[in-house]
Design a binder for this molecule. Structure first.
Ligand code: PLP
Length: 407
């Protein structure tokens, strides 16, 4: 087992060695500009088209032309939302959810300040949407609906095909942020009512700094980046060639191993979940247990601070994450968990463990062994924390002291 146990794969993933190998020539010998007329450049342009096919295959798109390469998921989200607003200037209403990633959430807040009206759909305690509420929110002046496929904090999956049918029946474009889904569950856009869809290379073992936006054929799209004619004038700027080639290879690898990897990773995640719920009194799983991407576990420890748990886990070489953001020096509880109405005792104590193809059962057992020690240790510091553990902890207090033993 390596000295780092990386369970933070919703933040970013390890670059697959096959991806690095595919990128290498485009960082060294094959440095031509894909827009150049000479063969040295045009062979690079061909490789970009190959990557487009690989990404289109992962998405189950009808035509590779529907894929536009961008610099990241955030850019794709911005391009989709701003592009649709520009294409329909007479429509000033947007529908989204209260649990989006900041790439959509922050943009919609910004647009609200600029005079757009935004309907923020709420979620229930499992993190699920009410489709009746969605239907009622659609208006004649709705320019677009933007709803994520799976939540980055809890992994909860929204029924985007059912949502898309409702939205399409009103003739409104539908954008889906699928950054946490690509490479984790099968996608078939040619059969789905999704018009625009965002993905990001570094979330499925590709490089950072490259993303893609799927735009269904026939959708009028106004580019965010204007200038040159790259990407058929839909995204100006010299392409991140190595990044695009890497994302294409990562897409191909993900597609090859999708089913077997999803079930193996789900098995590991479920093992971790069972172990933590059994061994940590006051632990509760956040988000719908079935309608979840297979790699994500969000668990709250009653009366504790998620950040404190992370700091102590880090001493064991374990990387995990919370959903909370530091604002002006104070730790704000996650807007996703607040939106789900997670009770106050558990709100600050959330930790997200997110796995990938490179995690092993040995690592899961290691984490399952260390988390209870950390929780026990923190409960020892806090009067309230002791209350949560009052049912009788299964962790030996002497073992909890072992936390100082850094790996
Ligand atoms: N959307 C979701 C759901 C995400 O989880 C992320 C990244 O965590 C993004 C968008 C932004 O992607 P990127 O980091 O490529 O900008």
């Amino acid at each position: 087992m390596s000295s780092v146990v990386y369970f933070d794969n919703n933040a970013t993933t390890r670059l697959a060695p096959e991806v690095l190998e595919a990128m290498h020539p485009y960082l060294t010998d094959l440095y031509g500009n894909p827009s150049s007329i000479h063969r040295f450049g045009s062979q690079v342009a061909q490789k970009i088209e190959r990557a487009r096919e690989q990404v289109a295959a992962l998405l189950g798109a009808a035509d590779p032309v529907e894929v536009i390469f961008t610099s990241c998921g955030t850019e794709s989200d911005n391009a989709a939302i701003r592009g649709m607003l520009e294409a329909r200037p007479d429509k000033r209403h947007i529908v989204t959810t209260q649990v989006e990633h900041p790439a959509v959430f922050g943009l919609c807040q910004h647009l609200e300040k600029k005079g757009y009206r935004v309907t923020w759909l709420g979620v229930d305690s499992d993190g699920m949407l009410d489709l009746g509420e969605l239907k009622e929110s659609l208006r004649d002046d709705t320019a677009l609906v933007s709803i994520m496929f799976a939540n980055n904090e809890t992994g909860v999956i929204f029924p985007v095909d059912a949502i898309g049918e409702i939205v399409r029946a009103r003739g409104i474009p539908f954008h889906v942020d699928a950054v946490q889904v690509a490479g984790k569950i099968p996608l078939s856009l040619k059969k789905s009512p999704i018009d625009l869809l965002t993905i990001s290379g570094h979330k499925f073992h590709g490089p950072k700094g490259v993303g893609a936006l799927y735009v269904r054929r026939g959708i009028t799209f106004h580019p965010l980046m204007i200038g040159g004619h790259q990407e058929r004038s839909r995204r100006a700027g010299t392409e991140n060639v190595a990044g695009i080639v890497g994302m294409g290879r990562a897409a191909e690898l993900s597609l090859e191993h999708l089913d077997e990897e999803a079930s193996r990773v789900r098995g590991l995640r479920d093992l971790l979940e069972r172990s933590l719920v059994e061994s940590c009194p006051g632990a509760r799983v956040n988000g719908h247990r079935e309608k979840r991407i297979p790699n994500t576990l969000n668990v709250s420890f009653e009366y504790l601070e998620g950040e404190a748990v992370l700091v102590l886990l880090d001493q064991y070489g374990i990387c995990a994450s919370t959903g909370s953001a530091c604002t002006a020096g104070s730790v704000e509880p996650s807007h996703v968990l607040r939106g789900m109405g997670v009770p106050p005792n558990w709100l600050q104590g959330a930790v997200r463990f997110s796995l990938s193809r490179y995690n092993t059962e040995e690592e899961v057992r290691y984490v399952a062994d260390k988390v209870p020690l950390v929780i026990e240790r923190l409960r020892g510091f806090s009067a309230l924390g002791k209350l949560a553990g009052r049912e009788g902890s299964q962790v030996d207090a002497r073992r909890a002291g072992e936390i100082g033993a850094r790996r």
